[in-house]
Design a protein around this ligand. Structure first.
Ligand SMILES: Cc1ncc(COP(=O)(O)O)c(C=O)c1O
Length: 436
């Protein structure tokens, strides 16, 4: 009689037993010690994941993950086909820019591929320091610290700025990395309504005194909607209520401000915002993130922030690539202009066809659908019939009932590429009854 765990279906256990018996080296001892026992235990412990996947599928929230076999660009290779890429954050086309690639290759030839250690032990190279100086200069800030990603930059910075004696006022639609960073800080958190300065002020009035220090934290550009936070009003409230102001400029870098210097430059607030954080993974085309602010605060980040102290440094290739990307932007804003003109064309054509493109003020172009299932259907149809790669965005990335396809135009697209995308949306949207 074959022993089986009571939760393991008999058929699975018998199949497994049969295959073990086919194995000529099968023995009872081996069976007892075999991975079969582990298999039985494992089946039980993680079976809940299968159920969760099933319910994601039932709710239309299971996202297919496509595997790309080419560089990021206006078109990408997925399996054996080529698709028009409308969902990458490669705003300026820098992810495959020849000069930026060359800078990365040269740095790898000089420094190799890995930093080898955390920065405080043996991982800081001269390129990291040069990049920090370059970022600070580009952002008109006193200093900057480079991290391995934008998510990590938020996780690094917020717990240095505030702790359980302090209070945080956090925008309702802040990015997940800010939400996690605030949790990690143990500071008391109050969430203010999206873009609502009256609500922020009400929260400050009621709760500012509960913390020794206070921090107002917001995305600069909201990644799923493309609207821009009212940073000037936030800084005024920060000054009035003695609260530090922190802005996440992940989607403003290379997009807003003079030569893409970002949101703080866009609003001319460089002496009034305490921390400007950003990522190198979007418009700058590569990988990594940073925090910028006063020299003493940056010094403290290097002493206290955990991703600096406990995670190996950004590699040389990415560091050099980002430096090159900033140099290109400083000297030439034609990619920036191309990005904005493609974005205007995309929004106008979609609106002319009857799509709701939300309230974006930046190139981010959400095509608002609402229903999760319909959004997945549209994305599938665009992919299969029209060879358009445009991923669905559903809960929990956006609130339930606000599912959408977020289109990301790029400087690398030609105007014809934009027309191909909008025409495909028109046909697919009609056939699914999304537009008339
Ligand atoms: C607003 C915002 N902050 C932070 C991040 C994280 O940046 P990274 O991809 O470099 O980790 C993102 C990326 O999705 C973002 O949109």
């Amino acid at each position: 009689m074959l022993w089986r765990h009571p939760d393991l279906p008999m058929e699975n256990a018998e199949d497994r037993m049969f295959s073990l018996k086919q194995d000529s080296s099968f023995s009872c001892d081996r069976f007892i010690n075999s991975d079969f026992i582990q298999y039985v235990i494992h089946m039980k412990r993680t079976d809940w994941a299968k159920d969760e996947i099933e319910s994601l599928k039932q709710e239309g929230r299971y996202i297919p993950i496509r595997t790309i076999g080419s560089p990021q660009g206006p078109y990408v290779r997925i399996e054996s086909d080529t698709y028009l890429n409308m969902c990458s954050n490669n705003y300026l086309g820098f992810a495959n820019h020849p000069d930026i690639r060359r800078a990365a290759i040269e740095a790898i030839e000089k420094y190799g591929v890995g930093a080898g250690a955390v920065r405080s032990i043996a991982g800081t190279i001269d390129l990291h320091r040069q990049l920090e100086e370059k970022v600070a200069e580009f952002k008109h800030m006193e200093g900057a610290v480079v991290y391995q990603g934008g998510l990590l930059a938020n996780i690094a910075a917020v717990p240095v700025l505030v702790n359980k004696q302090d209070v945080v006022f956090s925008e309702e639609l802040n990015h997940a990395s800010i939400i996690d960073a605030v949790r990690l800080s143990s500071a008391r958190k109050y969430v203010y309504k999206h873009m609502d300065m009256d609500d922020l002020e009400r929260n400050l009035k009621e709760h500012r005194r509960e913390g020794k220090k206070a921090l107002i934290i917001s995305d600069g550009v909201f990644s799923m909607d493309g609207d821009i936070t009212p940073l000037k009003e936030i800084t005024e409230l920060g000054e009035r209520y003695d609260a530090m102001v922190y802005v996440d400029d992940a989607h403003g870098e290379g997009v807003l401000g003079d030569h893409g210097r970002g949101i703080v430059d866009h609003f001319h607030l460089s002496d009034r915002v305490d921390v400007e954080m950003g990522t190198f993974s979007k418009a700058l085309g590569s990988m990594g993130g940073f925090v910028s602010g006063s020299s003493s605060l940056m010094d403290l980040m290097k002493q206290r922030s955990r991703p600096f102290l406990f995670s190996s440094a950004l590699n040389a290739g990415d560091t050099a690539a980002v430096m090159k990307a900033i140099s290109i932007l400083e000297h030439d804003d034609t990619p920036l202009k191309r990005l904005w003109s493609n974005a205007e064309k995309l929004k106008k054509e979609l609106a002319d066809f009857g799509f709701d493109t939300g309230k974006s003020k930046t190139p981010i172009t959400p095509v608002m659908i609402g229903s999760e299932k319909k959004t997945l259907e549209l994305s599938q149809l665009l992919y299969k019939e029209y060879k358009i790669f445009a991923s669905p965005i559903v809960y929990p990335t956006v609130p339930r009932g606000t599912a959408r396809i977020r289109l990301m135009p790029s400087a690398a697209h030609s105007p014809d590429d934009i027309s191909i995308a909008t025409e495909a949306f028109r046909k697919a949207g009609r056939s699914l009854g999304i537009i008339s």
